[in-house]
Design a protein. Structure first.
Length: 323
């Protein structure tokens, strides 16, 4: 999903019930034939995403943001690294890797991360989070995507974040084989009301990494890598400048777009950026099959212990793991 870089404070959003940041309405074409993006189901339906690893500039500044604003729990903190967890969860959602010479990034200026998206367990949790942001005067974007409701933020280094809750799949609507999605205004008051006055106490148990959205240099090349080789199903392929992919019929585990422009460079070594994202497979055989397809397509899927690591054509690293 796309939104403007200018954000409103959450208190204004809660008062106005508006979403000026979100500008695009999207209709999702589900692959129903062999023209363009058939549902090959090469990846298991139980595929899930693991933590994102980020390069940031000031570890304490980032810890303050991710713990106080987002409500994540910091664990395994060293002088330069930290793991950030939802309450009671063993697997982190975010891993921070700090270096003091890191340069913050401007929105939509580099290939690589557009945003990572943390999926809350229900609408009530999203309501508690939005009320928390409003009390803190945090600037936020928002949208009702029909299949989900979402809030958008940027961390102190300019890295994009989405916090969202899915609507029940029973409410997803299909017309002529297409899943309807949109970037409509969020009914902020209704979202906050779903919390029933309960205060935000941090990222709740059951919160997971929902999807990752990347800036890429070419959609056809991205499709060859992530669809043809890796095996994600193409869910949206006729939206201008974007492609959305998933496993198991989800609306998307991965979005890629060319909205950074035709001359956008890769992130520099000393810039804030996504260092790595993860896919968790139910078995080692599933992960190995994906790595083998990537290797057969000419990509270097290197073995790293029990995992495989591969970089997309623009240098964004993906780790294939199990568990």
């Amino acid at each position: 999903m796309q939104y403007r870089d200018s954000l409103h404070d959450a208190a204004h959003l809660a008062r106005s019930n508006s979403s000026n940041e979100l500008t695009m309405t999207e209709r999702i074409d589900l692959p129903t034939d062999l023209s363009g993006g058939e549902r090959r189901r090469l990846l298991p339906d139980s595929l899930r995403l693991g933590p994102v690893r980020l390069r940031v500039g000031d570890l304490q500044r980032s810890l303050d943001y991710y713990t106080q604003v987002l409500g994540l729990e910091a664990r395994d903190v060293t002088a330069t690294t930290a793991a950030l967890h939802a309450s009671g969860e063993d697997t982190p959602l975010v891993v921070l890797d700090a270096a003091p010479d890191t340069v913050p990034v401007r929105a939509q200026s580099r290939l690589g991360l557009y945003h990572f998206a943390i999926l809350l367990p229900d609408r009530a949790a999203l309501g508690r989070f939005l009320a928390h942001l409003a009390r803190g005067g945090v600037r936020v974007g928002s949208a009702n995507h029909l299949v989900s409701e979402a809030l958008y933020l940027r961390d102190p280094d300019g890295l994009g974040i989405e916090i969202y809750a899915d609507r029940p799949r029973s409410e997803w609507k299909y017309v002529g084989g297409q899943l309807e999605m949109a970037s409509d205004p969020l009914d902020a008051a209704a979202v906050i009301a779903a919390a029933r006055g309960e205060a935000w106490s941090g990222m709740p148990h059951g919160t997971v990494m929902g999807h990752v959205h990347l800036h890429v240099g070419d959609l056809d090349q991205a499709s060859r890598f992530y669809h043809d080789a890796l095996g994600l199903d193409r869910v949206v392929w006729n939206y201008p400048g974007a492609l959305f992919l998933s496993a198991g019929g989800y609306h998307h585990h991965l979005g890629v777009n060319t909205w950074a422009g035709p001359h956008a460079p890769r992130s520099g070594e000393n810039e804030a950026r996504l260092l790595e994202w993860r896919m968790h497979f139910p078995t080692a055989d599933d992960a190995r099959a994906a790595a083998d397809r990537l290797t057969a397509a000419g990509h270097d899927a290197s073995v790293a212990g029990a995992d495989w690591i591969v970089a997309d054509p623009w240098g964004t690293r993906l780790r294939l793991t199990t568990g």
